[in-house]
Design a protein around this ligand. Structure first.
Ligand SMILES: *Cc1c(COP(=O)(O)O)cnc(C)c1O
Length: 429
């Protein structure tokens, strides 16, 4: 679901006017809906109910403390990729004992911190990393819980930059090397085998790659379980979201009629396909959704600064740039963009671009938009995942503020950076 709708010509997040938030807090501004977060967690939890399961939200998608805190209260675990993310989870009230630690390049210091905090499992991605974990655990006088990320070599059929389960990707250990590696782990004194992990990519829009990967890896997991007494199998994240939303109840019938085309992968289809394949393993199943949980829960609000019509194109120049939302230029990500004040005027094609000195600084290209003028606000929808968490200070632009909406209440959950904040720590030589 999502919680952005027009009401009397004005775009709301839940019951709060986005125009009012933009005026009060300035732009660019990230706004998140708590109701969407809760709904997505609850629906996934229910879909996996036939299995002994743990949802480990992938923190990198959106690591705001309020987002993490909301999910922690619902009982979520977390999948982290750095010591910093674990620090955030703990600060937000999350339980390290429900956290997994992913990534190909964990440092000894990060491994130490995670073990000291009582992490549920470190998901290792190479033999060399396992040696390092064994050393660090030995120096702490404990046994580190580990799993290995299997690279099943299946095509996730998603954008090349978010495919992770092919042999040529840097992630995981080749399927063919896994059994020998687990036999080796069993000889390392400071490691305890806890599970097996995989994650084949992000923004998957069909169920087939998930099925192919689970079908391929499940027999391996069963064999490893027989030998090493596993506790869990993690199937990773990757469930894709719909970047096109129905915003007006007047259009609901059309959206309903076109539901299959609009929703290429539903949560139900995903669960229906994977649950029966996983159930016979008799293991705890971990699931690591990032985008599914937060993507549709967020919007980036931006103000129109100028319009410029050239020989080839019309440019709508806004105050949010690729430093605030990098998905369009990094992944060719497509975001629906709509005015906060609903318009029924005829659209025309334009490029929505930011102020950054880069040709790649665009939020949309050749996009049909109704006429807008300076001072109007636009919402860049489905920006809750890999939005703020990838933002930077490029061009010495302060990071935007973030607001969490809950019903008719809105809380600033991260203040806009000041220029002093941006320069903190720097000095003349
Ligand atoms: C990024 C990542 C995820 C989350 O991916 P989504 O597509 O956002 O669901 C899950 N697991 C691992 C190991 C990841 O790196």
């Amino acid at each position: 679901m999502h919680s952005f709708h027009y009401h009397q010509g004005n775009l709301l997040c839940e019951d709060v006017s986005l125009q009012a938030l933009a005026k009060e807090h300035g732009t660019p501004l990230y706004v998140y809906s708590k109701a969407t977060l809760v709904d997505h967690f609850t629906r996934l939890d229910q879909a996996l109910a036939p299995l002994d399961h743990l949802i480990c939200y992938a923190v990198k998608a959106n690591s705001n403390l309020a987002v993490l805190g909301t999910l922690a209260k619902l009982g979520s675990g977390f999948d982290i990729v750095s010591a910093g993310e674990l620090f955030r989870v703990i600060r937000a009230g999350g339980d390290p004992g429900r956290c997994t630690f992913a990534g190909v390049g964990k440092t000894a210091a990060e491994i130490r911190y995670a073990l000291e905090q009582g992490i549920y499992c470190i998901n290792a991605e190479s033999a060399a990393e396992l040696e390092r974990i064994n050393e660090v655990a030995g120096s702490l006088g404990l046994r580190a819980p580990v799993a290995v990320r299997v690279n099943p070599n299946v095509d996730a059929k998603t954008h090349a930059k978010i495919t992770t389960g092919k042999s040529e990707n840097k992630f995981g250990v080749d399927f063919e090397q896994i059994e020998a590696l687990y036999a080796h782990i069993a000889t390392l004194p400071n490691l305890r085998i806890r599970g097996v992990q995989m994650h084949i990519g992000s923004q998957l829009t069909s169920v087939e790659p998930f099925v192919e990967a689970v079908r391929k890896v499940a027999p391996l997991v069963a064999a490893l379980h027989a030998r090493h007494q596993l506790e869990f199998f993690s199937i990773g994240g990757g469930v894709g979201i719909n970047y096109r939303q129905c915003l007006d109840s007047a259009d609901a019938a059309w959206w309903e009629a076109n539901a299959a085309a609009q929703h290429p992968l539903t949560l139900q289809a995903y669960a229906d396909a994977v649950v029966p394949l996983l159930k016979p393993l008799g293991l705890r199943i971990l699931c690591e959704p990032g985008r599914f949980m937060v993507g549709n829960a967020g919007a980036l609000i931006t103000e129109v600064l100028y319009e410029k019509s050239g020989k080839a194109k019309t440019f709508c120049i806004v105050d949010a740039g690729m430093n605030d939302l990098i998905r369009p230029t990094l992944y060719e990500g497509w975001h629906q963009i709509v005015p906060l004040a609903q318009s029924h005027e005829a659209t025309r094609p334009c490029d929505v671009v930011g102020p950054i000195c880069e040709t790649g600084d665009y939020l949309a290209q050749d996009r049909a938009l109704p006429p807008v003028k300076a001072g109007d606000f636009l919402a860049v929808l489905s920006a809750g995942a890999y939005g703020f968490s990838m933002a930077s200070n490029y061009n010495t632009r302060p990071l935007p503020a973030e607001v969490l909406v809950d019903g008719n209440k809105a809380s600033v959950v991260r203040q806009r950076q000041s220029l002093e904040d941006v320069l903190r720590g720097e000095s003349l030589a």
